[in-house]
Structures are given as C-alpha cells and as structure tokens.
Design a binder for this molecule. Sequence first.
Ligand SMILES: Cc1cc2nc3c(=O)[nH]c(=O)nc-3n(C[C@H](O)[C@H](O)[C@H](O)COP(=O)(O)OP(=O)(O)OC[C@H]3O[C@@H](n4cnc5c(N)ncnc54)[C@H](O)[C@@H]3O)c2cc1C
Ligand code: FES
Ligand code: FES
Length: 1337
Amino acid sequence: MPSVSNSDELIFFVNGRKVVEKSPDPEVNLLFYLRKVHILCLTGTKYGCGGGGCGACTVMVSRYDPKSKKIHHYPATACLVPICSLHGAAITTVEGVGSIRKRIHPVQERLAKCHGTQCGFCSPGMVMSIYTLLRNHPEPTPDQITEALGGNLCRCTGYRPIVESVKTFSPGSTVCQMKGSGQCCMDPDEGSFVSREEKICTKLYNEDEFQPLDPSQEPIFPPELIRMAEDPDKRRLTFRGPRTTWFVPVTLEDLLELKSSYPKAPLVMGNTSVGPSIKFKGEFHPVFISPLRFPELHLVKNTENGATIGAGQSLAQLKDALDFLVSEQPKEKTKTFHALLKHLRTLAGPQIRNMASLGGHMVSRPNFSDLNPILAAGNATINVMSKEGEQQIPFDDAFLEGSPETKLKPEWVMVSVSIPYTTQWHFVAGLRLAQRQENAVAIVNAGMSVEFEEGTNTIKDLQMFFGSVAPTVVSASQTCKQLIGRQWDDQMLSDACRWVLEEIRIPAAAQGGMVEYRRTLIVSLLFKFYLKVRRWLNKMDPQKFPDIPEKFVSALDDFPIETPQGIQMFQCVDPNQPQQDPVGHPVMHQSAIKHATGEAIFIDDMPPVDQELFLAVVTSTRAHAKITSLDASEALACPGVVDVITAEDVPGENNHSGEIFYAQDEVICVGQIICAVAADTYAHAKEAAKRVRIAYDDIEPVIITIEQALEHNSFLSSEKKIEQGNVEYAFKHVDQVIEGEIHVEGQEHFYMETQSILAIPQAEDKEMVLHLGTQFPTHVQEYVSAALKVPRSRIACHMKRAGGAFGGKVTKPALLGAVTAVAANKTGRPIRFILERSADMLITAGRHPLLGKYKIGFMNNGEIKAADVEYYINGGCTPDESEMVIEFIVLKSENAYSIPNFRCRGRACKTNLPSNTAFRGFGFPQVAVVVEAYITAVASKCNLLPEEVKEINMYKQTSKTAYKQTFNPEPLRRCWKECLEKSSFYARKQAAEEFNKKNYWKKRGLAVIPMKYSIGMPIAFYNQAAALVHIYLDGSVLLTHGGCELGQGLYTKMIQVASRELNIPQSYVHLSETSTVTVPNALFTAGSLGTDVNGKAVQNACQILLDRLSPIIRKNPKGKWKEWVAKAFEESISLSATGYFKGYQTNMDWEKEEGDAYPYYVYGAACSEVEVDCLTGAHKLLRTDIFMDAAFSINPALDIGQVEGAFVQGMGFHTIEELKYSPEGVLHSRGPDDYKIPTVTEIPEELYVSLVHSRNPIAIYSSKGLGEAGMFLGSSVLFAIYDAVTAARRERGMSDTFPMNSPATPEVIRMSCTDQFTNMIPRDDPSTFTPWSIHVS
Ligand SMILES: Cc1cc2nc3c(=O)[nH]c(=O)nc-3n(C[C@H](O)[C@H](O)[C@H](O)COP(=O)(O)OP(=O)(O)OC[C@H]3O[C@@H](n4cnc5c(N)ncnc54)[C@H](O)[C@@H]3O)c2cc1C
Ligand code: FES
Ligand code: FES
C-alpha cells in the first residue's frame, strides 16, 4: 500500500471557500469533516442518525457537467458522503446560505417566521432541502415541495408550518384554497368555517415582512471547478489515508484497470449502501474506487427496443430520464418505466435518491429493493465490462438470487442497464407496502409482468418477483411457469395464490417478523396485480374482457401523496392592548432565526475544550445475567485510549435512588451501561469499546413482557387505586357487561438531538461543570454529586436548549451525566459524551407499554353504569418515574367520562428491559386509548355510534372527578360540540358510509375523541418555580428561571411575560440559559407546566423590580426606562430580584383515594377521517379538526405549534411507530431505518386547528399549558382507522368487536381486515418456533 505522503490533493469548495486536503482520509465523511475539522468547524449541519435516514445533515452538492455545461445542484446527507468523493464539487451548508452575522436568506427567514422551527435541530437540514429545491425550482409546485421535504424528519412541528413556509415561494399559494377559487374559506360572506361574531385570527405571520427571493443573488459556482471539470487532461487521482486508499479513475478504461487490480474494492457511487455497511456492520475496505463522472456510466440512450441507462445515473436522474422517455413514447411501450417511476417517488428520500446510483442499487441487490423486482419483471439486462471485454447479463432470478453462474465477478463493472419497451399485450407493474408511505423500505414489494397471446387473455409469459420475503429478491418462477397458457381469470388467480404461497415460504421465525402479514401481502399484491391487468385488458378490448366490479376499482391505486393544507384559528388580541405588549401575539420563537441559520448552539456544537476526551460506552448484551469477568486490557491498548471506566471508579454512590450508573456484578437489561472507554477521538473510543470482553452467566427469570411480570409477581410499585360508587352492585343492575383487554405498545422519543453531555472538571475544589440538553438540570446535579461524593454546590449544570426532549430528557441525562462525570473525574479531563442514535434508542428507552383490562356494565341505551379497570405498565428494570406514571394513569383514567361506579387500579411492572421513562402525556395517551376502546366496544353492543355513547357519558356540568376534585367541564362541552359541528362529522360520516358501500377494498372511517387532560402535579412542591431578573445600567434585562427551553418556546413566552410586566420592548430582555448556578433546585420542565410556573416566577420578579422603580417612575413619568434604571442605581436601589412561585396547592391522598390532584384541566376534541387499504393495510389521513381549549393563549403560534406537533407525535404513536424487541429483550429497532416516525407525507391532508377561548384565572394571564394535551388527540386517527376496519369486517360478515390495540400498524390493519387472502396463508403453531420479535405490553 503506498504511503500517505504520496497522496493527491483533494480539492472541493465549501460555501465558496476552497478546501485543499493534502492527505484526505477516505474514511472521513463530510458531516464529521464539516463539524469537527478545525479549519471549517461548521456545526450548523447536524448529526441525527449517521445513516442517511433523518436528513439533519442535509447539504447541497453542486457539480458542473462539462458535457451539458450545466451546474447540477442536489441535496445530500453529509453523513454518507465520503470527503474523497467530493473532488471538484461545491458544497453549500446552512452557513453558506445565510447567517445573522451577514444576511439571512429568505428560506431561513420564512422558515423562522412561519414558525417552522421549534427545537431547531432539524431546521438546518430543512433549510438545505428547501434551498436546494429553490435553486432548481424558484417557484416550486405543491408536489415538488412535498417531495423535497420527504427525507427530512422533524419531531417537533408536525411539518405543517414548514410546508407553509415553502409554499410562500409558490405564486398565489399563501391564500388558503379551501374554496377552490383562490378565495380563503375564512371569508365570512359564504357558509364560513367560523362564525362572524368570534374575533378570530388566522394569520400567524405576516408575509409582507418577507424579503423576496432573488435567484440572481445566489453565490456563483466556483469557476475553478468549471476549469477542473473541463480539463481535457484529467488523470487518475489517488487519495491515501492512514488505513485506506481511494482511487478516482477518470475514464472507463482506467476504471476497468483498477477493478482488475483491486477486484474486491467497492465501487463507491452514492455510498448509500457501502457507507451504512461500514458504519453499522463494521465492514472494512482497504481500497475504494470511485469514478469521476464519465459518459459511459451516465448515458441515456433511446433505441428501437428500449432505453439504455448508465449505471452511474443517480436514482433522481433515472427518474428524470424516465419522465422524459414516457413523455416521448406511447404509453403501451413504457409500462415498465411507469412502474419504476411510481416507486422512484417513494424510494428513500430525495437526498438518497440523488446520491444513490442505478448501478449501486441493482448490484448491491438489497432484498428490499424497490426497483430490482420491476426491472427483472421488465426483462432488463445489465451491460457489464471488465478488462477482458463486455457482456450482457439478464437481470433475472438467477442474478438476483446470486446464483454462482450469473454472479457478477468482482472485476466486472456494470456500465449500463437496458430496459426493453413493453409490447402491446405486455403489462408490467410494481407494488409495494411500507410502514410509512415514503422513505421507508418495503415490508413486501413486487414487480410483476404478464404477456398475453395477442388479442387474448391467454398467458404467454408471466413473471413475479418479490422483495423483503427472503434474503434476496426472489422469483415465483415455478408458479409462473405453471400458469402459462391459462386464462387471466378468477380460477387462475386462485391457483396462483395457492402456488405462490407454496413456492415462497417465509419461515415462522424469519428476520423482520410480521411473517403472517408478509405472507398475506404476497397474495394481496398479486390480487392487486390481477385486478390491474383485468382493468387493462378491458381497456384493450371492452367487448371481450369484462371490467372488474365497480366496487373493486379503488383497490387499484395506492394513496396519492398530497400537499397538506389547513387553517389555524385563535383569538385576536384585544385592539386596546398597548402595541408594545407582546402577550397574546404569535411572536416568533426567540431562537428561530438562529435555528434556521444553524447558529443556535447545541451541546455537540460547542467548540472543543482543551484536552477533551470522547466517551463510548459498553452495554450489556444480556437481559439478566451475572457478569463473570470484564477484561479491558485489549481496549486499553488501542490507539488513543486514555482509560476504561467501570463501577470501581465511582467515588460515591454507584446506585442512586435505584438507578445504577455502571453495572457491577449483575446486568438487568440489554443496553445497561457496564463500562466506558475514554479516548482522544470518538472513533478510537468506539473501536476500543468493541474490544472490551465481558463474560456473563445468565440468571433466571428473564422477564420481558407485562404478562411475564404478572406471572412472576414482579413490580416496581405498590398498587394505586381509586374507587367511587358501588361497583359490584352496579354490575348486577345493568343490561350488559363486557370484558376485554387492550394492549398499547411503547414509543421512542426520537428527539432529533440525541442525549449529549459535556463534563468539564475544574482545577479547584472538586468543581465540575456540565453542559447538557436536559429538562431537569437539578436532577443531573443531584446524581453527579452523589456519584462523585461532592456537595451539590460544586456541580454546575448548564442548559441552553435541547434538540427536542418530550420527557426523554427528564431523568436520563442525570444517569448519563453521572456516567460522564465519573469518567471526567477519573481522567481529570473534559469528557464529551454524545450518544449515537442506536445507543440512545437502546439505553434510554421511552414511553411505557400498557396493558389495560376492563369490565364495563352499561344499559342498552349506551349509559355506562360501572367500570372496573386495571392497568399495568412495563416499567423496565429500575424505578425511574414508573410509579409516578402509574399514579397519573390511575388519576387520569376516566378521561372525559362520568361513570358513577368506577374502580381503577394500576401497577408498574418490573421487567428486564431498559427503564421506561417520562414521555409527553405521562401515561395519559396510553390509558385514554383504553377508555375510548371500551366506549367504542359499548357502542358496538348498543348498536350506536361511539360518538353517541361518548356524548351520553361525557361530563356535562360542574362535577367531581372519581378522586373527588370539583371541576367545570364547560370548555369540554364546547370543544366537543364545535368539533362535531365544524367538522360536519355526521354528514361526513354518512358520506364515508356511502363511500364504503361503493368500495370493497378501501374503507373510510371517522372518529371524534373528547379530552379532559389534567395539568401539573398532584404534589404541591413539584409545582414551585423561581426566576432571577437583573436589570443592567443600559436598561437591558437578563432573565433567568428554572425552566428549560426544549423547543416549546418557553424562553419566548418568558420574554413576553417580562416585557409586559416591566412595560418594556421584548428586545430589551435577554434570556441566555438555564443553570443550577442562577436558579437552584429548580424542578423539571415537564407536565405542560413550564410557562405556568416559570411565568409566575418571572412575573413576580418583574413586579418586585417594578415596585422598586415605581417611586422613580412616579417622579418622572415622562422619563425613559434607561433613565429610571440609572436613577434607581444612583439611589442604591437593587436592580436584581428573585421571583418565586410557590406553586399550585395540589394534593392527593392515596389512602382516602381523593384529593385536589391538579390545578386545572385542558379540554379538547379532535375529529379525524382516514381511508384504509384493506389489501395492504396502508392508511391515509384525509382530514383532522382539532379544538383545543387554550383559555387565553399567551402566544398562539407557539401553542398551535405544540398542539400540532403533539398531535402528529400521537398519531405516529398510534399508527406507524413500532418498537421491536426480541423475546430475549434485545431492541431491534435502533434508528430511523427500522423505527418510523411520521414524515411530511403522514400528516393530515387537511388540518384545521382552533384554539378555543375560555377562562383560567388560576394561571398566568388566564392561559393554559398545552405542551402535552395534543398528544392524545392523535388517537382520533387510531379510532378512525378502527372505524374503517369495522366497516370492512362488517361487510365481510365478521363481528364488530375485535382487539383495538395500539399501534394500528399496516400489519394490524391488514390482518384485522380478514378475507380470503388472510384465510389462505399458512399459519404456524406458536409453540413450534421462537418469533423474531414480540410485543412487550
Ligand atoms: C436511508 C436509506 C433509505 C433507503 N431506502 C430505500 C428504499 O426505500 N427502497 C430501496 O429499494 N432502497 C432503499 N435504500 C437503498 C438504496 O437504494 C441503495 O443503497 C442504493 O441504491 C445503492 O446505490 P449506491 O450508488 O449508493 O451504491 P454504493 O453504496 O455506492 O455501492 C453499493 C455496491 O454496489 C457496487 N457497485 C456500485 N456501482 C457499481 C457498478 N456500476 N458496477 C459494479 N458494482 C457497482 C459497489 O461495489 C458496492 O458494493 C435506502 C438507502 C438508504 C441509505
Ligand atoms: S445524520 Fe445524516 S441523515 Fe441522519
Ligand atoms: S424543530 Fe424539527 S426536530 Fe425540533
């Protein structure tokens, strides 16, 4: 291997600046390079997953094509771009788009002002996707907008405001199009959505403020790169790193030469397959070959027989080429192209589609490939070359299944692929189903083609290829062969289904699970193909070939991807309110512009601290075992390693309040931290961590599920109970009694910024400074102080912002902070501990899975007289907050319903899973689903609509809860009524029924969900808060309080409060960070209480200061703020004050089962309508209407942001988010590839959100805390799905009652719509195999 010194120079540009790397390391990716290499230190581009799945690291790559003389701009995920692949490219990062220091770009401005940022961690990636879109299409169409955002995840906003910010660039699209006439539906002259008397506003931003987009102002492409690209004397480049070499051949001959010398070297094109294999599977390649663009690999040739497309074309270029070809050629010739185009729209996200190459896709042959089954069914051939010559290889089953005869020899290069035109009697289609419509690999996909004898429906040739059913894409060749000569009719279909299931056998324990579902999908997709072909035959000759039944037509197409739209309504500010007073206005998030420019600093964006080390942890691979030995010698000998830290290095408590920092003798879950490696780089730490040898002896029992915990009597808490009335008596006097069980699975927080900690030991007095993204700095301080055995006063915890938290950063940062602090203490050096996404998901767990058991007694008119319910949650292996969660579950378990005889019991189970923790809604979203489920079950028994039974049983007047707290549900009634009316529920329900009558395979469903959500804590001292306000002599104000900024806009609201109280403009008030130094003993920012309690504390501090200033103001009423401040100083008046809020006086007596547990309630209602595809289990959310009781909104933009963001998170929880555990307790789903949160394509096509006005004198400015409540309203989608599934089942003659568990994944939906296909699949005896994954609820 040549030495590093004779490497070529790598030249590329970043934001117009030339970068010359003299010895570039092929193992370094662009994300690391941008963020960590000191010449750049561009930390705007974020790490979210490292595998191309989240879009946080999106940058724009620009390249000049000497042939077309055009510059091509495309989005790319920097985490998958090796720097060596960038020779001659220009990179634009968020910093290059605009900055506060220079000039913000219209994209950044509009994202911020349209409230498209909350925590801001996804925002730079969003900006880059939008910016790239606008570079290519300055006036994008709605489809282009949705397409451009499909690869970027946002966990906070619910996407609607992001889409809206981009729509402002499309001409004429800022006006709502609800009337289809360019007029806004809010216009009161027609049957308006809102009554005229209400002073309702709908504008959350003012587009008149926006700078125009001027494409001519964008930076030019560096001329030097044009010269480089046009250089006729290009020569091969060689980049040599410490361990690897990267060759850049510049001609095909050169490439073939290199391939012959290094046959095993991967040909790196998009690196979207090679990169993840290196990163996640630990593959190592000493040599890479990555060709520069040359004609043979990039051709698009149209011949008489078909098209030949260069293997180097990206999938996005392939799409453009096919789009062009289908526009040029008659439709009958381009059926394969159409099938490919359909899948190219949803395959991955736009970043990956722009990076990945056709050749890379076909050759890497992933079993889930979307294109390969179609290409094979379309009889494609690949054209390969080596030094020895060229060859055509049929792209068929032998090739896909990797048979030795057709295996691509290592020295061969695929140059192009030839895709023949289809003939007149030849039909090709691609079919797929994924957990999420876009950017999710298929659960099963297929490419199918059939050729008929001319003018007949006699099969001449048939091909069926399936993906994701075996380790490779497989063909049902035997079945196809047997069907040749048969007519395309129902009998053929029936035989085809039976035979294909015999031919393609998915083993019961197959990796990926969902075995019965996948088997069902094989035949369901085949049936769809059958219908499509029938329809097409009918078009070919309507006389000869009858059409499919009208009722089946809607089965043909997948759901279209629409651009979401909607309206947000909130109360207008009183016109008499002083102009300067910002309270009630939709003020932009205080950091929004910084989010959008990438200048907002998150923990890992902080510059390197002198001498800092990086931490990688070693976690348990067993659920319950004795550690018999731990050998770190090999790890210690690894390059860069400074130390290995174990339990023995903890100077203080290693087990604090039941939470273990480093496992010592025993492990109690997979993912428990055992030891940590501190090294000079993260790569070194990670590499060494792999070399720590740990031996285990398994211990019985291993408890994973709630059922197992119940069997073993394994609990974390005692039973909590509330009871009212006489339950037993009531059961004896009702018309009917039902009993049932509901399972609600867990949820991953998936905050975009993973847990991040920087611990800096100080030279003196054992002080330690920690910077974290946390919701509870005091808790971190407590744990670190316990671990280090140092008084809390020496531990300073700082938090400026967190990139999302959702409850996941309440307790976990304390544990991780203690682990980090122990390492910092032992090494005496600063430690940076940034969890990779997979480690974060594994270690920190999430929402508690819940099992609800119910017995309900009711009258035939739907009136519920008695309920006896039991709840169990899977708490995991340590206490965390599980006891509090179960208390909340029990207290919140009645939701909006008054049941006179009610008993509810709950208990947290102890299992060998990582400890579950707080998550938005704190148990309510799980428990209230059980309530809605049993109400729905009652409705079914009474032959009523669920909404009618809800109405009957809902609280109607001032009442007492089951724990005897008095409340007035008037806003609940209002939200409910408005929701039913404004959503036109009954009319739309009827329309859905009509639709369902006419459509057999697609069904629509609607559901309305009422909500009574309690705010705050039943323990009074948990509701206290403090603030510290300083006024400086220039009049500027520094505000601090105990609350944490997590994206919810708390700091913004606090500035609004201070501005009103001090009667000064917001610009005078600054809020920098939250820290244990400024406000001691602050409680967590959670429970929707942040604004309530900190607002009161800030108000108090400001009022104290204003009281002190008032004599001066009285003396000089016309004076200015600054003058008053100066005067006060002269008069020795203190300009600093602590504000305090004692908290709401709540209490709960569990002995008496009563208390004033909560300060107040937030009410709401939501109506959702969905359509489900009964054949695949896919669903589409057509419309949602939300009515949320906000009382008086301090900031409607932020409040609506919370409602919408929580709704989308709740919708994800109940539909597509699915954690997969092995029976041994190993979490399979550890990243965006296998855990799907909603993307822009999942949100409602129409979304209407109204903040309903009420009074809440107890809270600041009569507001209400809205952080969590919207989460539960996401369950309206779950129940709408069940409504649709019920319609399908009813039509198929099945009972209405079936388990309404959560989430309603495509698998659950499909398997609940039982039909001839689900009935024909082979089923396995559960006692004969160990499934790949299990449910843990
Ligand atoms: C986040 C993400 C989401 C994805 N989602 C989907 C999805 O929904 N559906 C889907 O089907 N796929 C999906 N993929 C897979 C993606 O389609 C493939 O990774 C991609 O097409 C591979 O192309 P590449 O150019 O990046 O290959 P590379 O990673 O560059 O190369 C892959 C392999 O192919 C070989 N190779 C490349 N070109 C040639 C050639 N011309 N001749 C010979 N050998 C060659 C290389 O040697 C290497 O071994 C996803 C990938 C990611 C990262
Ligand atoms: S960090 Fe690159 S896509 Fe997630
Ligand atoms: S704002 Fe998008 S992830 Fe937080």
